[in-house]
Write a protein that binds this ligand. Structure first.
Ligand code: CUA
Length: 366
């Protein structure tokens, strides 16, 4: 194609080097800012190790610890390489800089040194070999673990955008909160998870307990966790799965010895049948709520949405979209799209009076 005169003029202009020179101070300020943010993030991550934050630097389970140790080894190896390369580079730049009185001739160019070329071929091969062996060992240790007889079995089903949690041996179904017993290293009590998806690909990730495992339709993936400290561990879906991927949070609640059994006993009961809340219960059962939700002990046995039998025993609504308080519960049912735009729960178009009654009923489901 023929270049027009204007294009040719435009192309022959010098690149705007001035821009880079003038803004080098701004670039430096930006780099400093980014560094400070990074340093702050890392220091908070290391300092705030208590459960309650998603934190890859404070592993508290065997699989997470294996991955973390391996990551630290890779980081250490890379740090040593970085220090050597940068050290040599800085040394060379300073030692061989142009000085006043240098002649303008190019220095002698040296090619070919068998020793140096051998060194920079063999050393990286050795490093990669060692790292691949450690990788294989870490993967094998995590994947080949066999469940001890006392292991808890749970099924986690990823939905757009919430987690269904089933304990097939215990007859318990809940949502968004995985309750497990604490695992004492002397008497390990790990939880083995079967991961299924009801729709698209998700990924189950609780950083303090284990690595990510994809949750894929028509495929059962498996993983296991063993939390060493009672408390709440936060996690999230780690595979983009649609509009509300970011509000597909998971809580793992680790019970101290003896407490898990109490939780199971409470969850095994049917939904509350409080006579005071009969009006709201009738509204719930006569609306399309029942097509999606189950409340054990009633005709409601929908499977599309979370099981509500013990709704009020859970800490959040909408898979972490809001805390489960009476006000938020009302706001959630009034219009779920306000709290979680795009979610599949519709506004039921109830009157204020009906809303009051319905929420009063839901609050009894503890
Ligand atoms: Cu589920 Cu992202």
């Amino acid at each position: 194609m023929e270049l027009t005169e204007a294009t040719r003029k435009e192309c022959s202009k010098k690149p705007a080097m001035g821009f880079f020179i003038q803004s080098s101070r701004a670039l430096f300020a930006r780099a400093l800012f980014l560094y400070l943010v990074f340093a702050l993030t890392v220091s908070t991550a290391f300092a705030d190790g208590a459960s309650g934050v998603t934190n890859i630097f404070k592993p508290d389970g065997t699989p997470a610890r294996g991955i973390s140790n391996f990551a630290m080894l890779v980081l250490a190896v890379c740090a040593v390489i970085f220090a050597i390369v940068m050290g040599l580079l800085v040394y060379t730049v300073i030692r061989f800089r142009r000085r006043r009185g240098d002649d303008k001739n190019e220095p002698p160019q040296v090619y070919g040194s068998n020793q140096i070329e051998l060194a920079w071929t063999v050393i990286p091969i050795l490093i990669v070999f060692v790292l691949s062996l450690v990788t294989a060992r870490t993967i094998a240790e995590i994947q080949n673990a066999t469940p001890p007889p006392k292991a808890l079995q749970a099924t986690v089903v990823g939905h757009q955008w919430w987690w269904e949690i089933r304990y097939p041996d215990l007859g318990v179904v809940t949502a968004n909160e995985l309750h497990i017993p604490v695992s004492d290293p002397a008497q390990p009590r790990p939880t083995f998870l079967k991961l299924e998806s009801a729709d698209v690909a998700h990924s189950f990730w609780v950083p303090q307990l284990a690595g990510k495992t994809d949750v894929i339709p028509n495929r059962d993936n498996r993983m296991w966790i063993d939390a060493m400290t009672p408390g709440t561990y936060l996690g999230n879906c780690a595979e983009y799965c649609g509009t509300q991927h970011a509000r597909m949070l998971i809580r793992v609640i680790v019970h101290p010895p003896g407490e898990f059994e109490k939780w199971v006993a409470a969850q095994q009961g049917a939904g509350a049948n409080d006579i005071q809340a009969k009006g709201g219960r009738d509204i719930f059962l006569s609306n399309s709520c029942v097509n999606c939700h189950t409340v054990r002990g009633t005709e409601a046995n929908g499977k599309f949405g979370p099981d509500l039998t013990h709704l009020m025993s859970r800490e959040t609504l909408g898979s972490g979209a809001a805390l489960n308080t009476p006000e938020k519960l009302r706001a959630w049912v009034r219009n779920p799209q306000n709290l979680k735009q795009g979610c599949y729960m519709p506004d039921m178009q109830l009157t204020d009076e009906e809303m009051d009654q319905l929420v009063r009923y839901l609050l009894t489901l503890n």
